[in-house]
Design a protein around this ligand. Structure first.
Ligand SMILES: NC(=O)C1=CN([C@@H]2O[C@H](COP(=O)(O)OP(=O)(O)OC[C@H]3O[C@@H](n4cnc5c(N)ncnc54)[C@H](OP(=O)(O)O)[C@@H]3O)[C@@H](O)[C@H]2O)C=CC1
Ligand SMILES: O=C(O)[C@@H]1CCC=N1
Length: 281
């Protein structure tokens, strides 16, 4: 007998339907595998919940977390990490014994979440990123001690509705946070800087901006769709004695690679520091 968990059979409570929670609701509904009535979304601000319901007709919204979790088979923890403890303490006695917990809380380990619930329960931890809002997220998933393969698969389906998914051991979640979780910030800076560079050369700003953003998007798509090594694709742009190699030399002189390696190392360290603050009793 298959033990696969079907998305179509789930009742999903999204506790803290802000940016990430909203992205997940959108992805789930666009996938047409479950009806809006299977989703309960919470936050404290009733006006924001009304707006959510207008955006996603048929979902149930409430400021009452207990009401949302009581019949949920899957509880998504999507509040900010600083609100996590109070929310878990509030809902823990009301969550179904068999429910799966899916946490997007940055820096909270599955062991800490389990301790806050006060009992062993299946937990999957996710580190998504904001491009999930346009179905181009990059998400890493890690299983907690009591999560079974079918739990991980269910969560994979959820995040595949809003982008690409990698499964990693939990100890790598800080590195993921430094790379793809925080990464959109680096890429936005890159697009902004490339736009300025075009403006400096005389391009109108809106034109420079569109060219810069599309260049980043197109280059990423070329890497992903061809599967070819980025260094080979770069070689194809660099005509001997031409323009691109002149700029590549400039980027190398200023240590682009080292700068990124150090930036991701710093973000990873910061994630580890925050984890240490979050995960002590
Ligand atoms: N943004 C990012 O790039 C990433 C974020 N994450 C993680 O995702 C989580 C959510 O982040 P994000 O979506 O950006 O944050 P948001 O602030 O957009 O969403 C969190 C939501 O939680 C709601 N909330 C707060 N307290 C409660 C409560 N007691 N009960 C119910 N709802 C509550 C807030 O709404 P209201 O004020 O109306 O209650 C808010 O809308 C965080 O834990 C973060 O670490 C992970 C990866 C990337
Ligand atoms: O900066 C942060 O802490 C969060 C985690 C990943 C992206 N933003």
């Amino acid at each position: 007998m298959s033990t696969a968990l079907q998305l179509a059979n789930q009742t999903i409570a999204i506790i803290g339907a802000g940016n990430i929670g909203r992205a997940l609701i959108g992805g789930l509904l666009r996938g047409h595998e479950l009806a809006p009535e299977q989703i309960r979304a919470t936050r404290r601000n009733p006006a924001a919940l009304e707006a959510l319901q207008e955006e996603f007709p048929g979902i149930q919204t409430t400021t009452n977390n207990l009401l949302a979790v009581r019949d949920a088979t899957l509880v998504v923890l999507a509040v900010k990490p600083q609100n996590a403890r109070e929310v878990i303490e509030e809902i823990r006695a009301h969550v179904q014994p068999e429910a799966l917990i899916l946490s997007v809380l940055a820096g909270l380990t599955t062991a800490t979440i389990e301790r806050l619930f006060g009992r062993p329960l299946p937990i999957v931890r996710a580190m998504p990123n904001t491009p999930a809002l346009v179905d181009e997220g990059a998400t890493a998933l890690a299983a907690g001690a009591h999560a079974r393969p079918e739990h991980l698969e269910l969560c994979r389906q959820i995040f595949e509705a809003v982008g690409k998914v990698e499964i990693v051991p939990e100890y790598l979640m800080d590195a993921v946070t430094g790379l793809s979780g925080s990464g959109p910030a680096y890429v936005f800076m890159f697009i902004e800087a490339l736009t300025d560079a075009g403006v400096k050369q005389g391009l109108p700003r809106p034109v420079a901006f569109r060219l810069a953003a599309q260049t980043v998007y197109g280059a990423a798509k070329l890497v992903l769709e061809t599967g070819r090594h980025p260094a080979i694709l770069r070689d194809e742009v660099t005509t001997p004695g031409g323009t691109a190699i002149a700029a590549v030399a400039e980027l190398e002189a200023h240590g682009l690679r080292t700068m990124l390696i150090n930036a991701v190392a710093t973000a990873t360290r910061r994630s580890q520091e925050l984890s240490q603050l979050n995960n002590h009793d």
